[in-house]
Write a protein that binds this ligand. Structure first.
Ligand code: NAD
Length: 319
């Protein structure tokens, strides 16, 4: 089975299974990244907003220094935060992240959300998150996506990003970007799991040859610790997924990842637990039947766990 997906324009080979860095604590991040590389992970999905880019970069640097990998063997993704969308801020946002990682370029750079908020100097508050310095006020600003995308394209020209893409976007926004893009988005990163299967978005992206990375593959699990699981039944403990897992001699986590991979999607599971991190990478050596795929997709309830409307009513981008 293929372990990478080839991106349009550059022909770059993006690993299909990577490691997600959201909520990996600063204290454990460097060691987690280093150990993940030791176990075979070659893609790390970071973001300015995760607040751990410096530590993740330390893990990478140590792995390179110890001869485990070379820079070109690892794929680093980062994302422009919402407070850097204005044309005079995009380069700054990218450069800040590169400096934290200690890297000269990102393999993939994404616009984190199609939502713009007021700039906050990182010296005053970092990561800036959604809220102002008071920690509670959200201040939307009016920046057209085209303005941000045009600057993202310049990061490619400058050699700071090899590949570029969008995140948390729906078909209508992608359709719009395709009208003006000088450099088309190569990757779309979105929430996608059996409770939110998004078949028509997958079909549309395949048509445009935009690779999809599915995030939150385990559905509600990631949102339990931040009290945002919306009361949904765990997919990792779901009877339907459980019985398919036992039939295949795999864990429910592996089945959920495999279900995404078999649709041609990339995945980026996160785990702070070493055993699980190893287990998640081992989701490529088996095949779900067409019936099993259909049964899992049948769990869809269009449940979106990461919805910015929960932050501010004017951020109803998925309405
Ligand atoms: P995830 O679906 O990877 O789930 C993580 C949770 O599942 C953690 O609580 C972990 O303890 C648990 N888990 C992991 N492996 C397990 C296993 N084998 N068995 C049992 N439990 C296990 O969720 P996620 O972190 O939300 O998503 C993955 C990555 O996607 C993130 O780390 C981040 O890099 C990216 N992401 C991007 C966006 C975006 O806006 N672009 C949003 C959310 C996540």
């Amino acid at each position: 089975m293929e372990t990478t997906i080839t991106l349009k324009r550059t022909g770059a080979k993006m690993p299909l299974v990577g490691f997600g860095l959201w909520k990996v604590t600063k204290e454990t991040c460097a060691a987690t990244v280093y150990n993940a590389i030791k176990e075979g992970y070659r893609l790390f999905d970071g973001a300015s907003d995760y607040g751990n880019e410096k530590e993740a970069g330390e893990g990478i640097a140590r792995a390179i220094k110890d001869g485990l990998v070379k820079r070109e063997d690892v794929w680093i993704t980062s994302k422009l935060w919402n407070s850097y969308h204005e044309k005079e801020r995009v380069l700054e946002g990218c450069k800040n992240s590169l400096a934290l990682w200690g890297l000269e370029y990102f393999d993939l750079y994404l616009v984190h959300f199609p939502i713009s908020i007021e700039y906050i100097d990182p010296k005053v508050k970092f990561p800036q998150e959604w809220w102002g310095v008071d920690g509670k006020t959200v201040t939307p600003i009016k920046v057209p996506y085209q303005e941000t995308w045009t600057e993202i394209e310049k990061l490619v020209d400058a050699g700071l990003a090899k590949n570029i893409g969008m995140s948390n976007a729906q078909g209508s926004l992608i359709h719009d970007v395709m009208r003006y893009a000088r450099i088309e988005p190569q990757v779309l990163q979105v929430e996608l799991h059996p409770y939110l299967t998004q078949e028509s978005l997958i079909t549309y992206c395949k048509r445009l040859n935009i690779a999809i990375t599915a995030y939150s593959s385990f559905g509600p699990q990631s949102y339990v610790e931040i009290n945002c699981d919306k009361g949904a039944v765990s997919l990792l403990e779901h009877d339907t997924v459980g019985s398919i897992a036992s039939k295949n001699g795999k864990t429910t986590a592996q089945v959920l990842l495999r279900w995404a991979l078999q649709q041609g999607l990339a995945v980026i599971p996160k785990s702070n637990n070493h055993e699980r991190l190893v287990q998640n990478l081992a989701c490529t050596g088996f095949e779900l039947t067409a019936d099993e795929m259909k049964t899992i997709s049948g769990l869809n309830i269009n449940l979106r766990l990461n919805d910015p409307v929960d932050i501010h009513p004017s951020f109803a981008i998925f309405a």
